[in-house]
Design a protein around this ligand. Structure first.
Ligand SMILES: NC(=O)N[C@H]1NC(=O)NC1=O
Ligand SMILES: [Zn+2]
Ligand SMILES: [Zn+2]
Length: 440
């Protein structure tokens, strides 16, 4: 299950090698991807996704560990009892290792013993929203809740992940029930969630993250901004906070790097997510920030639903479910769209493995070094494929994926989780040998 040694150089023909040798030729052998942001919706909404389908998709995409979000399942993971339901739902169904974020919600945020017991039960950290989440039993938190949460997390040295969008005085923005605005237009949706919503949330968070600095009252805790889309004011604020010593990181997702608002057809709600995909100039800036290291890592924010809730007939951007379905495709998508920016394999491994491992506290994952878990993806960067209905997809409802119809390069040949070959060219291992990861 663990890497015994990493040998540099090439074995010469005739050399005596003990054990079984697999020669992958010129394929890339990389640490398996760690997706710190996926909604597997199990238990309770398995028609949207599920531990079995979701982790099969992960394995087929070269992801060896994923951390499940506490919302979109039913119930949400906000207590010891609901975490227990998660772990039970995952057991014997997961093809890759799965950890769990717990929810920081108003109900538990000001209750230190509730948070203590949830953290002791093994969630790897907490997640909260600064705007409505779209899920009834997952209400939003304010900055007092977040401050309290960070102070409890400090004891455990675990992070708080925040969906950083804040509703502003919404005068002038289209609303769900407005009929004066054409809800089929992507531009209408875009106007409902301007970059200033991200900026305002981050500005407020930075009032709290000052306590995470060395000798601060919440030293040891860490704040992680999920799925950043605004590449301007928000990024500038984050850069300044980092330079002041705040313990803060930020992720973006492949859909913000691949797509732009200009290309989204009216009524094509596959592209609806929040924060929204912005214009092409914003995307260029995001790439720049990623390349310069201002954005620390990538995650999928795989947030699927059933096709009915995407309202394809109506194409109503204001009412359709917001979330992008992408789990299986993140490696080829990052590679295909990143090539023109000159991304390297080392950068891929840093954004998708090394830094996510650190965020999730997985010391034995995220790098191919002796002693680590043998979590490995083998892939062929030059192999191209068409993402059409002939392509085998393992996540549920692949038709809702925004990537359908694109041509990608980067084919996964094999995925190993702790030394177990869990996926090989279209076939999964007969047994699901992933394990639930609980923090100790
Ligand atoms: N509830 C949920 O998954 N929401 C996600 N969807 C999305 O597009 N952004 C999110 O935060
Ligand atoms: Zn979110
Ligand atoms: Zn999410």
């Amino acid at each position: 299950g663990n890497i015994v040694s990493v040998v540099k150089g090439i074995y010469q023909h005739g050399e005596i090698i003990k054990g079984h040798v697999v020669d992958y030729g010129n394929a890339v052998v990389m640490p398996g991807l760690i997706d710190v942001h996926a909604h597997l919706d199990d238990p309770g909404r398995t028609e949207w996704e599920g531990f079995s389908s979701g982790t099969k998709a992960a394995a087929a995409g070269g992801i060896t560990t994923l951390i499940d979000m506490p919302l979109n399942s039913e119930p949400s993971t906000v207590s010891v009892e609901t975490l227990k339901l998660k772990v039970e739902a995952a057991e014997e169904k997961i093809y890759v290792d799965v950890g769990f974020w717990g929810g920081l919600v108003p109900e538990n945020a000001l209750n230190v013993s509730a948070l203590d017991s949830l953290l002791k039960a093994g969630v790897l950290g907490l997640k909260s929203f600064m705007c409505p989440s779209g899920i009834n039993d997952f209400p939003m938190t304010n900055s007092s809740h977040i401050k309290e949460g960070l102070h409890v997390l400090a004891k455990y040295k675990r992070p708080l992940l925040v969906h950083a969008e804040m509703q502003l005085d919404s005068e002038g923005y289209p609303k769900e029930n407005d009929d004066i605005n054409d809800a089929r237009l992507y531009s209408t949706y875009l106007r409902t969630r301007p970059p200033s919503m991200e900026e305002a949330a981050i500005r407020e968070l930075l009032e709290v993250t000052k306590h995470t600095r060395a000798n601060g009252s919440a030293e040891g805790s860490h704040l992680h901004i999920v799925h950043l889309s605004d590449s301007r004011a928000s990024l500038k604020l984050l850069k300044e906070a980092k330079s002041r010593g705040d313990s803060i990181t930020v992720e973006t997702c492949p859909h913000y790097l691949a797509f732009s608002a200009e290309e989204i057809q009216d009524g094509d709600t596959r592209f609806k997510c929040s924060p929204p995909i912005r214009d092409a100039a914003n995307r260029e800036n995001l790439w720049g920030a990623l390349m310069e290291g201002q954005i620390d890592m990538l995650s999928s924010d795989h947030s699927p639903t059933i096709p009915e809730l995407k309202l394809f007939g109506e194409g109503n951007f204001l009412k359709a479910w917001g979330g992008i379905s992408s789990l299986q495709y993140v490696l080829p998508v990052t590679w295909s769209y990143g090539k023109k920016y000159g991304i390297t394999l080392n950068q891929l491994a840093s954004w998708w493995s090394e830094r996510p491992a650190k965020l999730a506290g997985q010391e034995l994952k995220g790098a191919i070094v002796s002693g680590n878990h043998a979590d490995i993806v083998v892939w062929e960067p030059n192999a191209e494929f068409e993402l059409d209905e002939n392509h085998t997809a393992y996540h549920k409802n692949p038709s809702i994926s925004a990537y359908m119809g694109t041509r990608l390069s980067g084919k996964v040949l094999a995925t190993f989780v702790r030394g177990n070959l869990v996926y090989k060219e279209g076939e999964h291992a007969p047994a699901a040998c992933g394990v639930p990861i609980l923090a100790k």
